[in-house]
Design a protein around this ligand. Structure first.
Ligand code: CU
Length: 145
């Protein structure tokens, strides 16, 4: 390929409609590989337009966006307890996800839509300590990759 064609190719790739939107799966668990009250996996990096299916593998959990950790312009969402929901993520950025009954036990996860920012957004200061600790650990783990 001639080098001159490269910018054009990149531009068309960026403008092309997303024909390959994926559906990712997350389980809600009482106990998983990383401890109790967890989403598995606890971090996802997906493309804008992808969806995530939150599966009520074990009972007593729900899934909701975390106020204060939601990209600007993205809509908050909330599933009922034991409800499987499929949520599409169109707005790029970092999303905090919480299980409302187990937030204080640290049942949270992160979804990065698109490229991560150079500096991750700061965590909401109102988070219970175990939730804040888990989110901080996830950010640190992903930054180290
Ligand atoms: Cu839960």
């Amino acid at each position: 390929m001639r080098l001159a064609a490269l910018p054009l190719l990149l531009a068309s790739a960026l403008l092309a409609p997303s024909v390959s939107a994926e559906v990712h799966e997350v389980k809600m668990l009482n106990r998983g590989a990383t401890g109790s009250m967890v989403y598995e996996p606890d971090y996802l990096r997906i493309a804008p337009g992808d969806s995530v299916k939150f599966i009520a593998t074990q009972s007593g959990h729900n899934v909701a966006s975390l106020p204060g950790l939601l990209p600007e312009g993205a809509e908050a969402f909330k599933g009922r307890i034991n409800q499987q929901i499929e949520q599409t993520f169109n707005v790029p950025g970092l999303y905090g996800i919480q299980c409302i009954p187990h937030l204080s036990m640290g049942m949270v996860m992160l979804i990065q839509v698109g490229e991560p920012a150079a500096t991750p957004p700061s965590l909401p200061s109102t988070l219970p300590r175990r939730a804040a600790d888990r989110l901080a650990a996830l950010l640190q783990r992903e930054a180290a990759q």
